[in-house]
Design a protein around this ligand. Structure first.
Ligand code: LLP
Length: 461
């Protein structure tokens, strides 16, 4: 579903004109549709329901606490990759048992927090939302382990704490997901996972070591994965391992398929999720019926097209070679175009023509080719290049679509801009779920210089 539609010449998110959002909180602002989030969640959950699959929302896609809470209400557990995300998952009301802790570089402190359940600078916020007290939390449900060194760390800390670390090993199946090289994770030259041919030996050698309980396998080949077949290839590798392990008496109870389910950034660009489910479900149906617990870690497929970025035109500049639409959002707000040359459909919020198709180039009459850029002092700071757009003027509001995932989560303070506001629209309601970051919080940790070597006291100004 597309929750963003033009009505009476004004772009709406659900039933709220985005101009009203901009009037309330300014720009740049990320706007999410609760209706779309619910629909995308239910669609994906429904497609994999025949496997009894459980969803662990990839918090990194869009970590706002209120979005996590909405997803938790829908039944999601959380996939976290840092102590910070663990905190969010828990603050969203997720029981520790439904959190999976992934990531190649978990620190000792993060592992200790995840095993002891003792963390939280924000206990009172959690209590207000009914989250259990830290003492009663217990260890995280599963670790996705990415190396033997990490296994050793887990065993050591779990033993110290008298806890058990339940874990899946992340398999690197050496499969090409046909996505951007920076988000390819399942090829042998990538830093992620453990080579498939080392898994059986590793499980055997670590079986029975203190503080550890082997639960199963995890695989995540990349994001987004624009074709169905790489999943089937990765599943074939993993199922081979499941059988090998079973023959040696190591039961694989959990199979975590990761995320990577794509969204259309342009009309019809990727197969619908139904095609993925049609191919994948039969591969696992029998095993699931025999008790294999399937987990998925979706992020983009739930949030990506449930959110957009609102930005205002600061200046229009007609150069000899190009026309530049200079906006208040740039690479510091939405990094994907600069980092991956990712395509995001861009269109003015005020528009009375026919609904534009999300294509690299629109064929509507009266358009002008321009580069949509931000205020950052880099030539790589762009949102869209060589794009045919309706005539724009200073002060116009522009929407950047498909920005609900990996938008705010990759935003930065580059050039000392505060991070943007976030608004959740639900029918006719609009809720500010994140204030624009004030400059004071950026400068907070720089207030005073502390002389570490000599006295530990602040250096006089
Ligand atoms: N599980 C694991 C182990 C992951 O590494 C990721 C994403 C996910 C799940 C969620 O994947 P999703 O369902 O959202 O595709 N910044 C990039 C995407 C990086 C994805 C990182 N890992 C982008 O803007 O496209």
């Amino acid at each position: 579903m597309n929750p963003f539609t033009w009505r009476d010449g004004q772009l709406h998110a659900d039933d709220v004109p985005v101009e009203a959002v901009a009037a309330a909180v300014g720009t740049p602002t990320y706007v999410y549709s609760a209706t779309a989030i619910r629909a995308s969640y239910r669609r994906l959950a429904g497609l994999f329901a025949p496997l009894g699959a459980k969803l662990r929302y990839a918090v990194k896609a869009s970590p706002n606490l209120h979005l996590c809470r909405l997803l938790r209400e829908l039944g999601a557990g959380m996939d976290v990759v840092s102590g910070g995300e663990l905190e969010r998952g828990w603050l969203a009301g997720t029981p520790m048992s439904e959190i999976v802790f992934a990531g190649v570089g978990k620190s000792e402190d993060e592992v200790r927090a995840a095993l002891s359940g003792r963390f939280s600078p924000l206990r009172e916020v959690a209590a207000a939302h009914g989250a259990p007290d830290p003492a009663g939390r217990g260890p995280v449900g599963l670790f996705n382990v990415e190396s033997e060194s990490e296994l050793a760390r887990l065993s050591k800390i779990a033993t110290e704490l008298g806890e058990t670390a339940r874990y899946c090993l992340r398999v690197n199946p050496n499969v090409d997901p046909h996505t951007h090289e920076y988000t390819t994770t399942g090829k042998e030259e990538n830093k992620f996972g453990i080579d498939a041919d080392r898994i059986v030996d590793l499980v055997s050698r670590w079986a029975g070591r203190p503080g550890l309980e082997f639960r199963g396998l995890h695989v995540h080949i990349g994001s987004p994965v624009p074709q169905v077949e790489p999943y089937a290839e990765a599943i074939a590798v993993v199922l081979g391992l499941v059988d090998e392990l079973a023959a040696l008496g190591h039961r694989v109870a959990v199979l975590n398929l990761g995320g990577g389910w794509p969204i259309p950034y342009t009309d019809g660009a990727v197969p619908p999720l139904e095609d993925y489910a049609r191919r994948i479900v039969p591969l696992l149906a029998e095993r699931a019926a025999d008790g294999l617990q399937v987990l998925l870690e979706p992020g983009r497929s739930i949030l990506g097209n449930s959110g957009l970025l609102l930005t205002r035109v600061e200046h229009l500049k007609r150069g000899r070679a190009k026309t530049f639409v200079i906006c208040d959002a740039g690479m510091h707000v939405l990094l994907r175009p600069a980092l991956y040359r990712a395509f995001h459909f861009v269109w003015p919020a005020a528009w009375t023509g026919p609904t534009p198709r999300w294509l690299e180039q629109s064929d509507l009459p009266g358009l002008e080719s321009c580069d949509v850029v931000g205020p950052i002092c880099e030539t790589g700071d762009f949102l869209a290049r060589g794009r045919r757009l309706p005539p724009l003027a200073q002060g116009d509001l522009v929407a950047v679509f498909s920005a609900g995932a990996y938008g705010i989560s990759m935003a930065s303070n580059y050039n000392d801009h505060g991070r943007p506001a976030e608004v959740l629209v639900d029918g006719e309601r609009m809720l500010r779920i994140n204030a624009r970051q004030p400059l004071a919080t950026i400068l907070e940790t720089e207030r005073t210089a502390v002389d570490l070597a000599i006295s530990g006291r602040p250096v006089p100004a």
